[in-house]
Design a protein around this ligand. Sequence first.
Ligand code: SF4
Ligand code: MG
Length: 313
Amino acid sequence: VDGIKKTFPIDSGFLGSKKSVKAVNHVSFEIKEGETFSLVGESGCGKSTTGRLVTRLLTPDEGKIWINQEEISKMNENRLREVRKQVQMVFQDPYASLNPRMKIREVVGEPLVIHTKLSAAEREKIVEEMLDVVGLNSYHADKFAHEFSGGQRQRIGIARALILKPKLIVADEPVSALDVSIQSQILNLLKDLQEEFQLTYLFISHDLSVVEHISDKIGVMYLGSLVESGPKESIFANPQHPYTKALLSSVPIPDPRAKRERIILQGDVPSPVNPPSGCLFHTRCPYSMDMCKSTVPRLREIEVGGHFVACHL
Ligand code: SF4
Ligand code: MG
């Protein structure tokens, strides 16, 4: 993903004047095959928009996106249909995306109807296999979505996402709606499936503790920009951006002797319609200096091995 931008027009309602929100502003990252890259940040920071750009549910205004050497950011609809089979999404609330009048076998098998010419019997077989893979069985297949718990519904959503054997899964807050005990079951399932099917994940979460065990690399977003990114170990052990430190301050440390600088976030995220000048984080940063108000800090590599941070400090 190279320098993608996405701006949404909004109607401010004041004498019909038009404003816009830079939802994603010059975001770049790379995910290797079989890896998990997690995007983390508070709600409204552009994580979901980035995910939807990568799946091409949205088209970027600027920048490029490649999947397997193929540039998808300006691809035509026909070719895009093919690419979409390779890239699937898992959503926060699977219930909202599951048709309440369809039995689970139809829900899970629907992408096969849309994208393949397989017979009903062939589809049936694949659906049963896939239900088994996610820990459900044919007993569940004839039930409806409302008959399942949140965790089971997420298993159904995952089965549906995997049925076309995609390469890349964009998982947008896939466990945020679930109880903590169920969260780890679903995270473990995603990890097992990654190994079994050599999947690549773009994982989106507001919670760093959720992505700790599943990520290879982490990117931290604030108001549409990537402020820090790097290998998971490096982000957790050596966070550099004050915003990353603040997010980490709420993550429990297993070893009580280990020390971590604690930054408690003050105030709310500024409106993305009127973002702060200079460093976007300066209105909440405990280290803010004069230059932070006027000069935008560029993302710079601070450590060989791909740890990047955008901060004047
Ligand atoms: Fe804080 Fe300045 Fe760094 Fe921004 S650039 S995070 S305001 S110290
Ligand atoms: Mg979101």
